[in-house]
Design a protein around this ligand. Structure first.
Ligand code: GUN
Length: 290
């Protein structure tokens, strides 16, 4: 392996420590930031994320408000909860865990969140602010990707960046953030022609497709920086007993032979997402009072 492995665990912990330090300062002035997390239903992965978020929020010195609704909660109930959280002075950030059950329209719920408390950065007002270069609450995973990329290249200006994936949650906002960093940005997706050739142009490759190990070593430009957003659970025959393991969207071992720097899965982008959520909650708490 020739690539430097970018340590998201260490960088996530460092960012959380900086947030905790700032929270100590706020608390000394009588302000304790609060994050409300809304979980609808019993999705096992979502339950784990939410538990983790609450623990990290409290560790950072903030208040955590967990709201669990049953899988058959109505849209009206969820909207009513969001409106109450919007009006609650103790709540600086609101996160509605996705995915929502199929009978709930996520766009309607996200639209109901006060943009000033939208710590996920999913509200169209924040997406629009990001796209037009205004101060915004920025989606956490994309922000984590850019922080990791900048730990390798403090200036990303002029780099050829290829983002594989066009979701509202990762692909589009990470492309906007990289554009704001003066990268030349290509967004590739499932209909892109000759995806390997497009990826090989990238000095900075961000993989956010949700397909295990789709991006192969031969798709990577020698020396490129590779940020792998994928978290895919796959069978692990080597471990036996029907065990599973987590892999990214990039075939790590192959890619690490070619890349200059690469994020691992797990331990890369994942820990940055939660650290950025705490950072956004701190930002919302400060901005709401300024
Ligand atoms: N589900 C998986 N990742 C996320 C995230 O970053 N925010 C929300 N709200 N739901 C998610």
């Amino acid at each position: 392996m020739s690539a430097t492995v970018v340590d998201g665990n260490a960088q996530g912990a460092a960012l959380r420590a900086r947030v905790a330090e700032a929270v100590r300062g706020l608390r000394a002035r009588g302000v304790t930031p609060g994050l409300a997390v809304v979980l609808v239903g019993e999705d096992p992965a979502s339950r784990v994320y939410v538990k983790n978020k609450s623990a990290r929020t409290v560790e950072a010195g903030m208040r955590s408000f967990d709201h669990k609704l049953p899988a058959d909660a109505s849209e009206a109930e969820i909207l009513d909860l969001v409106r109450r959280l919007n009006a609650d002075e103790a709540v600086d950030g609101i996160l509605v865990q996705l995915p929502l059950p199929p009978h709930i329209a996520p766009a309607k719920v996200l639209l109901a969140i006060d943009p000033a408390k939208d710590v996920d950065g999913f509200h169209p007002v924040n997406a629009g602010r990001l796209a037009t270069g205004q101060k915004a609450l920025v989606p956490c995973t994309p922000l984590g990707c850019v922080i990791l990329a900048k730990s390798v290249h403090p200036s990303l200006a002029g780099m050829e960046a290829v983002v594989v994936g066009r979701s509202n949650i990762v692909g589009k906002p990470v492309a906007q953030l990289l554009l704001a960093e003066s990268c030349t940005v290509t967004i590739a997706h499932s209909r892109t022609r000759d995806l390997p050739a497009v990826c090989r142009r990238a000095d900075l490759l961000v993989a956010a497709v949700g397909r295990p190990e789709m991006i192969r070593g031969g798709w990577i430009k020698p020396g490129a920086t590779v940020i792998d957003v994928g978290i895919n659970r796959v069978p692990n025959p080597a471990a036996g007993d029907g065990k599973t393991k987590l892999v990214g969207d990039v075939a790590f071992a192959e890619a690490a032979e070619v890349a200059g720097a690469i994020t691992p899965v797990p331990g890369g982008v994942g820990p940055m997402t939660i650290a950025c959520l705490l950072r956004n909650t701190l930002q919302a708490a400060c901005d709401r009072r300024s």
